[in-house]
Ligand binder design. Structure first.
Ligand SMILES: *Cc1c(COP(=O)(O)O)cnc(C)c1O
Length: 368
């Protein structure tokens, strides 16, 4: 790789391809794979990621909001795109871009039918989300009879898929809970299947579902974090390759005396004569204040440099007293050389939050 000259997020599409093939190998051939590319493809670049995934055989995509679906459609994606959490005001745009809504309540279902009928649509494909215990979005299984009759009384929309979302597929201590969600999903989905003549696909597993409950793959699985290289456990992480690498360069080096302080509110007081390096990346770039105060570190010339004091908006400072380095040298936050999961865990959060927070100010560098 050429050396970084500024803060960049490198996005390696070959690692993405590796992760895709690995996750595919975990499920029975013929089961469809949906790539989750919401939130800028987990903080990377949704169009670049979706295009490579489409090229190598992903069957379906999902985004959270209509605007995100519009972005990948305009970017050239032709496979079905499920909008997990559409809002009524965006229905027209959603339809204009041939996106598939996930309908999750009687309110949103009826509103979508109003729009579809107004536009004289016939059999517009939709999925429904069934709440099996996450208690976030989704139809209550007790309302399923009403849902079925609403579908049977319109020709504007057609139920082509149904799914649910697992609350703790990565947590083996909660295995019994996950199994109860699977059982609930089977019961509710079988009732729906029995009520219609046409094929309705079922999907339940996210990344950890694929890795820990492949027997619950149904017709399709939905992977997000796994495609980006993280498997919610050290064991699974070892088979995946981080797609995004966040790196920057040292702007300035300071030598300070014992007792001197660094940064706002004197957040760090030197315990010895200390060499510090200032990096051009701060909380406005997505490295929030939770990572400061020596909770975590960056990698400079192969060594750990703790983040000292309070992270500023555009900069942060690290301790390089024991590291042989100079201005212009590279500093790595997370990625290929070091796991975003570990970086995040040290500050009490998870890879999902860290990677999706990298702001649009950071330049994306795509490696084909
Ligand atoms: C975000 C999301 C996913 C992806 O989950 P990962 O753990 O990243 O694989 C799958 N399904 C739904 C409904 C989601 O909201």
């Amino acid at each position: 790789m050429p050396k970084a000259q500024e803060t960049i997020l490198e996005i390696d599409l070959n690692s993405l391809e590796h992760n895709y093939q690995y996750l595919r190998s975990k499920i029975t051939p013929g089961i469809k794979m949906l790539g989750v590319v919401k939130a800028f493809a987990y903080g990377s670049d949704s169009v670049a990621i979706a295009k490579r995934l489409e090229k190598i055989g992903v069957d379906h995509f999902a985004v959270a909001y209509t605007k995100e679906g519009e972005t990948i459609r305009v970017g050239g994606i032709t496979k079905p795109v499920l909008v997990l959490h559409p809002q009524t005001h965006s229905f027209k745009t959603l339809i204009d871009h041939c996106l598939t809504p996930s309908l999750y309540s009687l309110h949103i279902l009826k509103e979508f039918i109003v729009t579809a009928e107004k536009l004289n649509l016939e059999d517009y494909a939709v999925h429904i989300n069934i709440n099996t215990g996450l208690n976030r979005l989704g139809f209550d299984p007790a309302d399923i009879d009403e849902v079925i009759s609403v579908f049977q009384n319109t020709s504007a929309i057609k139920l082509v898929g149904m799914y649910s979302h697992l609350a703790a597929s990565e947590d083996m201590a909660l295995r019994d809970f996950t199994k109860s969600q699977i059982v609930n999903f089977i019961a509710t989905s079988e009732k729906i299947i029995a009520a219609f003549d046409h094929k309705i696909i079922r999907h339940l597993c996210n990344t950890s579902g694929i890795l820990n409950y492949p027997e619950a793959s149904f017709d399709m699985v939905r992977s997000g974090i796994g495609l980006y290289g993280y498997g919610n456990s050290t064991k699974h992480d070892s088979n995946l390759k981080p797609v995004a690498t966040l790196k920057t360069i040292i702007s300035q080096i300071h030598r300070i005396k014992e007792g001197e302080s660094v940064g706002y509110n004197r957040g760090y007081i030197a315990k010895r004569d200390t060499t510090t390096a200032t990096l051009p990346l701060g909380h406005a770039d997505g490295i929030s204040r939770i990572y400061g105060k020596e909770k975590t570190s960056v990698l400079i010339n192969g060594k750990e440099a703790p983040i000292i004091g309070n992270v500023c908006m555009d900069m942060l400072m690290v301790d390089v007293t024991d590291i042989n380095c100079k201005e212009g040298d590279e500093a790595i936050f997370f990625g290929k050389e070091r796991s975003a999961e570990k970086f995040a865990n040290k500050a009490g959060t998870i890879s999902y939050e860290l990677v999706t927070a990298i702001s649009q100010r950071v330049k994306r560098h795509i490696i084909e």
